[in-house]
Design a protein around this ligand. Sequence first.
Ligand SMILES: *[C@@H]1O[C@H](CO)[C@@H](O)[C@H](O)[C@H]1NC(C)=O
Ligand SMILES: *[C@@H]1O[C@H](CO)[C@@H](O)[C@H](O)[C@H]1NC(C)=O
Ligand SMILES: *[C@@H]1O[C@H](CO)[C@@H](O)[C@H](O)[C@H]1NC(C)=O
Ligand SMILES: *[C@@H]1O[C@H](CO)[C@@H](O)[C@H](O)[C@H]1NC(C)=O
Length: 507
Amino acid sequence: MSVSSTRILLTICVLSLVLCLCQCQGRVLDPNSRIKAVNLGGWLVTEGWIKPTLFDGIVNKDFLDGTALQFKSVTTGKYLCAEQGGGSIIVANRTSASGWETFRVWRINATALNLRVFGKQFVGVDSNGNGIAAVSITPGNSDTFRIVRDSSDKNRVRIKASNGYYLQAKTEEVVTADSQGSNGWGDDDPSVFVMKTSGRLEGEFQVTNGYGPQAAPQVMREHWNSFIVEEDFKFISENGLNAVRIPVGWWIASDPTPPWPFVGGSLQALDNAFLWAEKYKLKVIIDLHAAPGSQNGWEHSASRDGSQEWGKTDENIHQTVDVIEFLTARYAKRPSLYAVELMNEPLSPGATLESVSKYYKAGYEAVRRHSSTAFVVMSNRLGPMDPRELFPLASAFSRTVIDLHYYNLFEDKFNNLTVQQNIDFIYNNRSSQLNHVTTSNGPLTFVGEWVAEWSVNGASKEDYQRFAKAQLQVWGTATFGWAYWTLRNVNNHWSLEWMIQNGYIKL
Ligand SMILES: *[C@@H]1O[C@H](CO)[C@@H](O)[C@H](O)[C@H]1NC(C)=O
Ligand SMILES: *[C@@H]1O[C@H](CO)[C@@H](O)[C@H](O)[C@H]1NC(C)=O
Ligand SMILES: *[C@@H]1O[C@H](CO)[C@@H](O)[C@H](O)[C@H]1NC(C)=O
Ligand SMILES: *[C@@H]1O[C@H](CO)[C@@H](O)[C@H](O)[C@H]1NC(C)=O
């Protein structure tokens, strides 16, 4: 081979290398700049299990919005049921309780509530009689109830209707609101029911409506000012982390006067987070954790009663885009703004691929109107989906990231795994799942939530250390990075602060 042909070959090699680098720009981040983040969960979007004491001051906190109640008649021995799931009468003839036999609370105040059935209608008293049916689409006066409990057995209740009378199961098929009640709570009284709580929500809707408009602003302000403080950002920066992922709720965009029942002030807290992030050189990922209407029906997306309404109308999608536009415009010039996550954990099939794609495209464009550099994070849907379903969309744009949440929890298949099986699952199953979505020409990958917790009972500190280490190794291959869920939590293993301070995790 002549000198000149070697030169030509060399030039071609260099050129193709440069070409490749250009092509890959924004795709494969320099491994040294990958995100090692912690989530600030339970701060600007309430989650009761993270900080249960936040709910302590609520009067009658057993009846928060979304509480799922079931009532067994002591005389028929059967459950109250919305016949057909709703749109019909209430009967007392079911031997077991599930969807149609479950009534979800809409709280009016500490004593008055509405009961919503499976089909989303509200239980109410017939206007020309005393029959009970679930037909109202929006609750009115005749759909208001009070639950009166037996002081010696709080699970024995009477249900008082708006006409001043109590519900009674006259027969299995006839339930009416015409009992005067009595002083006793005996098994022969058709107005007595055994109440069971089959589900609870403790999110932002529950805490703000639970305290009510008088007390909630003060309670929430105290929470925002104390749960996460500047010292935490110092701790984060001194312990091997370089970023925070901050969950926020859609109502932050209308601070200081968000729609009922939400209260203002979380925007000020987010402003503070940016100041502290700058001071301690941390990157910020803003994460829209709660979208209007709720994208998954869970408490952490501020669902009122477990229903999932996000994405059902164009108006709702536009409203969500406006929230992203507001947040990006506000923080685009801040050096710490690193990424905007358009929406956390949309749940399939309720959140359809069509609505999510439509929103992600518009949300991406909203971010780009204000920032050409912020990464745009798109959370994969949970539930039935193809893990690469967002690729066509995300690959068409620059600096996009797919967020994946990997927990060895929440699925039956993890229930009986041993310590070693859990660890093997990370090294084998999870790493191949992550590999499958980590490609050189697709979006970057982000394990935006994980935790060193599992369903193993009585695991040792060393077990936890090995489990955390395995995850850090595998998540280290995600091209955007990872974020632990969460910084602070009353459940120790879910608190990265506790895990670091107690030597379970070292970064
Ligand atoms: C609660 O709401 C009901 C129904 O609107 C009303 O009658 C009652 O006075 C309210 N109670 C309190 C304490 O505000
Ligand atoms: C309960 O009562 C309703 C109303 O009469 C009836 O249509 C339904 O079939 C009954 N269901 C059961 C399980 O008995
Ligand atoms: C876990 O073990 C329990 C008790 O041995 C068993 O009943 C259950 O079916 C197992 N679950 C799974 C998912 O294997
Ligand atoms: C992990 O992957 C292996 C090999 O594909 C499979 O046999 C096993 O069932 C998977 N484990 C779980 C818990 O899904």
